[in-house]
Design a protein around this ligand. Structure first.
Ligand code: SF4
Ligand code: SF4
Length: 434
């Protein structure tokens, strides 16, 4: 693939019956093809958020119509205009903001607004179920159906922020969070003798060690793995009862999550004063999808070397690179603020908009805020286009450049949005603080 300018084999005209790799037989250019692929990744992200909102009964016909029209435009040879695709990408960013708003509304109206909480990361003696993915609905059903049955429930990865919601935290059998970002699951699930339920991405094909005790539900599917329908988890509960007890064991750390928009805004005057007095020099928004590469240690190193007069707002599973660091606070304002799942980027957007209002800045880029987006998959694509749609410039992405970005697309993103690729933490930080 490395030398391909593009890859498309969606129609029967395809070059040599195998695939168009230099230029489409139909006239599709490599850049257009890559933009189409990118838009499809972005639409997948929006679909994921719409799916979780619909699980809680929240739907929006305008957003669904946009999905249909954009899929038509990107999956078929109906539009050969590259500029229109750039505009469409920004439209995807806009629609993704509305979608994240819908999902946040669904979460808050169903489970209450999150509150910051400390989350235990060990195990309690007894039977257990681990829930992975992003679905609060699946987690709540499991908690409800397993309470008073001697089953302890743990979250994994992107369900850590669920602990902040009052409607989830009220269950006494919710014990804590195990593991870190999605890719530790094969090792973690092999070692811990609990049942596992995969509620959405990023679930992995299981190892034999736990294939008979992992279940999927809803949109998720794994080969040879039992699938649960209709939110009836009685089979999972019965299976968990037959498994060995988990040991009584403390975790290595305690994690804090669940910062909501209103809790942050309740300190807005204090934050304004601290920024004006130079006690908060800069805010770093560092979030996104983590991936299993040593290169992502960039983000831990970056957070470790941040001066003490900076604060970090984080979200999505990339936070596990550094959310065990004790950063302390600046006159009561925590230096590490976990606002939630990737879809909670909307909370970050609302915080930035409120800061812009508070400081009365016309250009959002005049705020002392820097943005880092960890790269991995389709939700990050949708969020990147949302930030670009809002006119945010100078976002740093990386450490691996997404493969759909060719030189032409990169040139455009750099010239229009001053997009940067992360380099070395010390170098990037020096440039930001100069
Ligand atoms: S749609 Fe165009 S680029 Fe894709 S396979 Fe057909 S001819 Fe090739
Ligand atoms: S934040 Fe991204 S990489 Fe992480 S679990 Fe969610 S979808 Fe997967």
């Amino acid at each position: 693939m490395a030398d391909f300018k593009m890859f498309c084999y969606q129609c029967s005209q395809t070059s040599q019956g195998k695939g168009c790799i230099n230029y489409g037989v139909c006239g599709k250019s490599p850049t257009l093809s890559r933009l189409q692929d990118n838009l499809i990744f972005g639409l997948k992200g929006i679909s994921a958020y719409l799916y979780h909102a619909s699980e809680l009964g929240y739907r929006n016909s305008k957003l669904e119509k946009f999905l249909v029209e954009t899929l038509y435009s990107t999956l078929t040879n109906v539009n050969f205009d590259t500029e229109k695709f750039i505009k469409l990408a920004l439209d995807i960013g806009k629609i993704n903001i509305e979608t994240m708003k819908l999902l946040k509304k669904a979460h808050i109206e169903t489970y209450g607004e999150p509150e910051s909480v400390e989350v235990f990361t060990g195990t309690r003696k007894g039977k257990g179920i681990i829930v992975t993915g992003h679905s609060l609905k699946v987690l709540e059903e499991i908690l409800k159906q397993s309470k008073d049955k001697g089953i302890n429930v743990y979250t994994h990865s992107e369900l850590l922020p669920a602990h902040g919601y009052p409607g989830i935290r009220k269950y006494d059998n919710l014990i804590g969070n195990l593991g870190k970002a999605w890719y530790d699951q094969k090792k973690l699930f092999s070692e811990i003798p609990a049942c596992i339920v995969g509620s959405s991405n990023c679930v992995l094909i299981p190892k034999d060690e736990y294939k008979d005790r992992i279940f999927t539900t809803g949109i998720v599917g794994l080969p040879e793995v039992k699938h649960i329908t209709g939110y009836d988890f009685s089979e999972v509960i019965e299976k968990a009862k037959t498994l060995p007890d988990l040991p009584e064991k403390n975790g290595d750390t305690i994690l804090t999550t669940g910062f909501s928009l209103s809790s942050i805004l309740s300190s807005k005057e204090k934050i304004k004063e601290l920024i004006e007095n130079g006690k908060i020099r800069r805010v770093f928004v560092i979030g996104g999808c983590d991936s299993p590469t040593n290169k992502n240690e960039y983000f831990r190193k970056l957070v470790e070397i941040l001066p003490k007069d900076t604060i970090v707002i984080t979200l999505a599973c990339g936070k596990f690179r550094f959310n065990d660091l004790a950063l302390g606070d600046i006159e009561g304002v925590p230096r590490l603020i976990d606002i939630g799942q990737c879809n909670d980027a909307i909370v970050g957007i609302d915080i930035i908009s409120s800061l812009a209002e508070l400081f009365n800045v016309k250009d959002i880029n005049d705020l002392p805020v820097s943005y880092f987006l960890m790269w991995m998959e389709q939700k990050a694509v949708a969020i990147l286009w949302s930030l670009l749609y809002l006119g945010i410039k100078g976002i740093r992405i990386g450490p691996i450049i997404p493969a759909w970005i060719n030189e032409e697309i990169l040139k455009y993103l750099v010239s229009e949005f001053n997009l940067k690729l992360v380099e070395e933490p010390e170098k990037d930080l020096k440039e930001i603080l100069k």
